[in-house]
Ligand binder design. Sequence first.
Ligand code: UDP
Length: 538
Amino acid sequence: QTQELSQVRIDYHAALQALVQDGTRMVCTGRMHTDRICRFESLCYSTEAEEFIFFHSNSSVMLPNLGSRRFQPALLDLSSVDDHNTQYFNFVELPSASLKYMPKPVFVPDVALIVNRFNPDNLMHVFHDDLLPIFYTMQQFPDLDSDARLFFMEGWGEGLHFELYKLLSTKQPLLKEQLKTLGRLLCFTKSYVGLSKITTWYQYGFVQPQGPKANILVSGNEIRQFTKFMTEKLNVSLEGMPSEEYIVVFSRTINRLIINEAELILALAQEFQMKTITVSIEDHTFSDIVRLISNASMLVSMHGAQLAMSLFLPRGATVVELFPYAINPEHYTPYKTLSTLPGMDLQYIAWTNTEKENTVTYPDRPWDQGGIAHLDKAEQDRIVKSGEVPRHLCCRNPEWLFRIYQDTKVNVASLIQAIRQTVKTKPGPKRQKGTSGLYPGKVRDAKCQTSVQGTSEAKLSVSWQIPWNLKYLKVREVKYEVWIQEQGENTYMPFILSHQNHTFSDNIKPFANYLVWIRCIFNKNLLGPFADVLLCST
Ligand code: UDP
């Protein structure tokens, strides 16, 4: 026992001395605060000041060294939401000699990932903003392994779905509030600060109306690797699952209700000749929900964060999203965008209630549940009479909240008709046929030959070899695209060809220089890269 204590004391002493001598070291990736993640050695945090501290010494490193641009507006985003001004990270600077006058630091031995959760009580935000970005940030840095510890600095309590965050590593995540109990000055031996945004697909409308992100970089493949990981960690067992296909209705029980849910379930069961079950966050565990959804043929639900669970649907399944009266589905597409990511292989159907008599409004509720009683009379009248919520910014638009928190009596006939327009036979999961969506390489050994006939006619023959990777692939259709441009002109003639050579004679002039670009196309839409340009002189 004594031995152990003195051992700790020696280590502590050495660690403190190293901190004073070496200071903080920071090296970051990313060129802008919105795409930056930083790796630190000896980043410290004062739980009294609630500030991170960078200690300067002769050996400290700060890359990028931005000077005061570090505050314009911040070093980096601590959450995965782009450039949100409540989610910025920075530190204050001190000489490491000032440690002499500060509380004795407590060292955090675990490799730390320090981030902000964006909205831990909302399931869509939990998956999209936190869990997927944390999972793939951990994949990006090898020392963020399963023994890393997550630190949530946004200042919330555990939130409704803390159990999900706990699955990401073997160590209990720590909240900002809990850091106080560890000490007055914490020093993280090794830490990463910030989150990868590479998996996010939606922007919530802080600066422009909400919609899919401009440059989506994630596909169903990465989503499914994440859900596979979560499914395993949740200990989901597929034992006792119905062997026949079934439909899941994900119901909300507090607000935005489907008034005639029983009628809806009967109609779905009858139309598709499938068992139809309901789940809700209130009545089921996560394991149960994941188990049921991951084998479902169709998921039917009101617009709302519970639809983030379509992450767990099997390939080939159908997502049916219901929207209350006066909500235009095209304007609110987090779940449509998810379902239609390349490689998600889900069918997506939106249905809106268009019948005013089938909606139930709640003008007298608090504003955040859609009440409008606090607005002036004219504005209330305008909202009640309007047939569609105009596009708006997040997050307090009263007309949007009024409409999205309506209850709906679903016109079952019109819903079934909408589903039938897309789902012709059975909605069930499809087994995927091998790898698809692979792109061709460059065509190889491209050559041209030319000949001149008289003073006005010429021929240009071009040939090439198949892309190198084609001989290993089964591709339904292989085509080639050839662009011919006369040197110095800014237009070109495009051709789609099936063979590996072609002789062009229309519009080919004698004694001219032509630039020829060739690329391969698989299955009509998988465009490969152009091979190096050919210069052909007639
Ligand atoms: N929620 C739920 N049942 C309800 C109402 C809400 O499960 O009856 C969940 C919802 O899925 C989300 C959270 O509670 O995870 C917050 O719901 P809110 O209506 O605020 O957000 P939205 O679903 O519109 O994103």
